[in-house]
Design a binder for this molecule. Structure first.
Ligand code: ADP
Ligand code: MG
Length: 340
């Protein structure tokens, strides 16, 4: 009898994986920018057209790749960041699965140009729908440029789920803001449809970074957060209860260098502000939280946006206390206003 079961070929596997890692243009940008951060870039420029649906380009001045590595980088499970599972517990890079480039390249028209500091030329690798179509020497600056065109051109079912260019563009903007906030030492530029929409100073100062993003007026209304207790350190900024949004758009939580989403951190902030907030009003909250690396697990979500804490209750209490301390300073108590 012939068998019904067969092992999927590499390209099919990549396209399926793309469904988990690459949901929309913003997820491509997140992966590419995280790679640039991991490569030690001090300047990252993101350019998109039509909300990233037709064109995305990320240019960094990081350490670049050799010709050999440029060809390996686009293979599935090819990574320079991890050797064995135990490395996960001491990971300092944002990436670790070696999937992003392979999956992105399998659902787009993709090119990678990269140059090591001591090389005379760059290497250009072109891929269409997961197949390498060209590798050659090219001109290029030190660092890496990745271009992604026609995302999902060969997976029409996924393409159908894309929203309008405006909406996809604002998702990219939201993600870049969070990545810029978590890396004040990196100069970020975001150009959407030939317009410069975001630029941060890259001078290492979180406050300056927030002001460049949210404006001087908001910057003037921020409160400092400082908290340290039994291995948990929390710092950052909160807005006075008069400066609010109607969503959590102005909230960024960074745990051990990673931007994450977390219901319990969100809840702890809400609880601390308590009656100072009107219904559906959310303060700006940028919290940089540091915990011992062994008390977190980052490998729980395909897009790595969630994190598992060994003791979630302790994180909740620490955030609650940190926020309470910051907003309970007498001079900070102000009247409640409605969301802007
Ligand atoms: P991961 O980040 O999980 O390792 P990726 O598929 O995102 O997997 O990238 C594969 C590898 O390609 C990385 O481990 C890294 O060595 C290399 N790489 C990707 N992007 C860059 C970049 N911008 N600069 C230098 N190296 C890069
Ligand atoms: Mg990566």
């Amino acid at each position: 009898m012939s068998s019904l079961i067969h092992v999927l070929d590499e390209q099919t596997i990549n396209k399926i994986a793309a469904g988990e890692v690459v949901e929309r243009p913003a997820s491509v940008i997140k992966e590419l920018v995280e790679n640039a951060i991991d490569a030690g870039a001090t300047k990252i420029e993101v350019e998109v057209m039509a909300g990233g649906t037709s064109f995305m380009r990320v240019t960094d001045n990081g350490h670049g790749m050799s010709k050999e590595d440029a060809q390996l980088a686009v293979l599935r499970h090819a990574t320079s960041k991890l050797y064995q599972v135990s490395d996960l517990s001491s990971l300092v890079t944002l990436g670790f699965r070696g999937e992003a480039l392979a999956t992105i390249a399998s659902v787009s028209k993709f090119s990678l140009t990269t140059r090591l500091v001591n090389d005379e030329f760059a290497t250009l690798v072109e891929i269409q729908g997961g197949t390498i179509t060209d590798t050659r020497e090219a001109g290029g600056n030190i660092g890496t440029t990745i271009k992604v065109e026609d995302l999902f051109y060969n997976t029409p079912a996924r393409k159908k789920f894309l929203k309008t260019p405006n909406s996809e563009g604002s998702h990219i903007n939201d993600i870049l803001i969070k990545l810029a906030i978590s890396n004040p030492n990196i100069l970020f530029k975001f150009i959407n449809n030939n317009k410069l929409v975001l630029t941060t100073p890259g001078n290492g100062n979180l406050f300056d970074t927030l002001q460049s993003i949210y404006g001087v007026k908001v910057g003037n209304e921020l409160l400092d957060v400082h908290f340290q207790d039994e291995g948990i350190g929390i710092s950052g900024y909160l807005s006075k209860p008069a400066i609010l949004r109607s969503s959590r758009q102005w909230q960024t939580y960074i745990v051990n260098g990673r931007v994450i989403s977390s219901r319990s951190i969100a809840k702890a902030i809400d609880n601390a502000y308590h009656s100072m907030l009107p219904k559906n009003g959310f303060p700006l909250a940028v919290l940089t939280i540091n915990v011992p690396q062994h008390t977190i697990d980052v490998n729980v979500h395909p897009q790595k946006t969630e994190m598992k804490f060994a003791d979630e209750g302790r994180i909740f209490k620490a955030v609650y206390k940190a926020v309470l301390d910051a907003i309970k300073m007498p001079e900070n108590l102000e009247t409640v206003a409605s969301p802007v």
